[in-house]
Design a protein around this ligand. Structure first.
Ligand code: FES
Length: 331
């Protein structure tokens, strides 16, 4: 996604979810050129909710914006969360706030953790990171190592100095880690890594859109479900399948609403007085996920995997719509 910032600029200063926790910045460290890590803890030092590799949290910053950041610390440390934040010069200010104003001791609202990028069982893993996309992969690498599963990491970045956690990775894992700064080696040589499908290997990739597109293309001949990706920003969603209104029944609320072409399902549901938590409103964070009971969703998000789309039993109403005349939601 989001974070390491993991999903750097996907978030906006739009409806701010109510943070579940108010944590405190315990440490703020520079971990690469333009990247700081934040270590967060409860003010009273008690345990935090558990999480699994690939998870992210929503940081609700004092300037009113919400950003999603991958958890990149030790999941077996129950007392702290760690995220890393890239300074986004073209961003909307959230990363600048973290870099320039957020200080040790400051409170931070935190929602989650959520995980839309979970590590599925496999015989082997190939992790591919582009820049700050290393963050959700760090706990995965650690988990694979703990489980004794064969893995390799292909990690690209603009320059060596811009690549967060590079020293930790090479020191801890040696030859499993392949650092490829672009100014030394050029773009990642995906062909030599992915041209031959390897049944039993799962490929996890997080990074900028061009890297994800290149990896998706290189994995086209791989077995279904071999590749899982997490995006920094939403790809332009496809045109909706239908341009006409459709009905949405809110089964638990006992209401049926009409969703016109110019209104998202999320906002139509809110107009009906039913609150749904949201964050990015661009189909990239997964916060707004709702169960579908009947009907055929028109999935336009960047979160759900192909098999989840095919199952048709949930949708992200900030961007996704309906193929059928009627959708029944468990709301
Ligand atoms: Fe982020 Fe819907 S609010 S996917």
């Amino acid at each position: 996604m989001v974070a390491h910032h993991l999903l750097p600029e996907i978030a906006r200063a739009t409806p701010t979810p109510t943070p579940a926790l108010t944590l405190r910045v315990r440490a703020k460290d520079t971990v690469a050129d333009g990247v700081v890590s934040l270590t967060l803890e409860r003010p009273d030092g008690t345990r935090l909710p558990d999480w699994t590799p690939g998870a992210h949290v929503d940081l609700v910053l004092a300037d009113g914006t919400t950003r999603q950041y991958s958890l990149c610390g030790d999941r077996w440390d129950p007392y702290t969360y760690r995220v890393a934040v890239l300074r986004e010069t073209a961003g909307r200010g959230g990363s600048a706030y973290v870099h320039d104003r957020l200080a040790v001791g400051d409170p931070v609202g935190v929602g989650g953790p959520h995980n839309h990028f979970p590590l599925a069982p496999a015989d082997r893993y190939l992790f591919i990171a582009g820049g700050i996309g290393i963050t959700p992969l760090l706990p995965m690498v650690h988990q694979a190592e703990l489980m004794g599963i064969d893995w390799q990491l292909l990690y690209g970045g603009r320059t060596r100095a811009s690549m967060a956690f590079r020293d930790h990775l090479t020191t801890a894992y040696g030859e499993r880690v392949h650092l490829c700064p672009e100014d030394e080696y050029g773009l990642l040589d995906l062909d030599s890594w992915l041209s031959r499908p390897e049944p039993g290997t799962k490929v996890y990739c997080c990074g900028p859109a061009p890297l994800l597109a290149a990896v998706e293309s290189a994995c086209a001949a791989w077995p279904t479900y071999s590749l899982r990706t997490e995006r920094f920003a939403a790809a332009a969603p496809a045109e909706p399948v239908r341009q006409t209104p459709f009905e949405v029944e809110l089964r638990r609320t006992g209401r049926t609403i009409t969703v016109p072409p110019d209104l998202s399902v999320l906002h139509a549901v809110r107009r009906a007085g039913v609150e749904v938590l949201s964050s990015c409103e661009q189909g990239t964070c997964g916060t707004c996920l709702v169960p579908v009971l009947t009907g055929t969703p028109d999935h336009r998000d960047a979160v759900l995997a192909e098999h989840e789309r095919a199952a048709g039993d949930c949708l992200l109403p900030c961007v996704s719509r309906s193929r059928s005349d009627r959708l029944v939601l468990d709301l």
